[in-house]
Design a binder for this molecule. Structure first.
Ligand code: AMP
Length: 147
């Protein structure tokens, strides 16, 4: 088997992120691969359909989410010793952005967690599922507890 050269770790800041992050770091060490990390702030607006189409009730939390994400991302990057140029903090659809970053940066392995999210995210289909089906490189879904 050929060594992986560029591994992309996708983090969502849920409680089991450390398990996924440690696996990605261990693999990067084993393969002497470059390790990059991505987090995507979901851009889907919160809309109350009850007010009807004419009166949009969009609560744009993106800037605040971005600021909070930046802090957590920086802490994790330091723990994993990932340099600035290997960090991707994006806004958009997590699935699409993870796949795009992987494609544009010659990533040959994406490491994600396997667990499903609750609420509306579940209705749209999980990020893990989308990345597994649409990525053009290998994907490792790290099995998390409560699957
Ligand atoms: P999910 O399928 O949404 O339950 O998430 C499974 C895995 O996909 C997580 O453990 C992360 O590795 C990755 N992931 C989910 N959401 C995001 C996000 N917003 N940004 C980056 N990675 C994510």
């Amino acid at each position: 088997m050929e060594n992986y050269k560029h591994i992309l770790l996708a983090v969502d800041f849920y409680e089991q992120d450390a398990v996924v992050a440690n696996r990605a770091r261990d693999l990067a060490e084993k393969f002497q691969a470059k390790l990059s990390m991505v987090h995507v702030v979901d851009s889907i607006p919160i809309t109350d359909a009850g007010y009807g189409a004419d009166i949009p009730f969009d609560l744009d939390l993106t800037a605040e989410l971005m600021a909070a994400a930046k802090k957590r991302f920086a802490v994790l990057a330091e723990q994993l010793n990932i340099p600035e140029e290997c960090l991707w903090l994006e806004i958009g659809s997590p699935k699409q952005e993870i796949i795009r970053i992987a494609k544009e940066n010659a990533v040959d392995l994406i490491v994600i967690g396997s667990h499903g999210r609750h609420g509306w995210a579940l209705l749209l289909g999980s990020t893990a599922n989308g990345v597994l089906h649409h990525a053009t490189c290998d994907v490792l879904a790290v099995r998390l507890q409560n699957d």
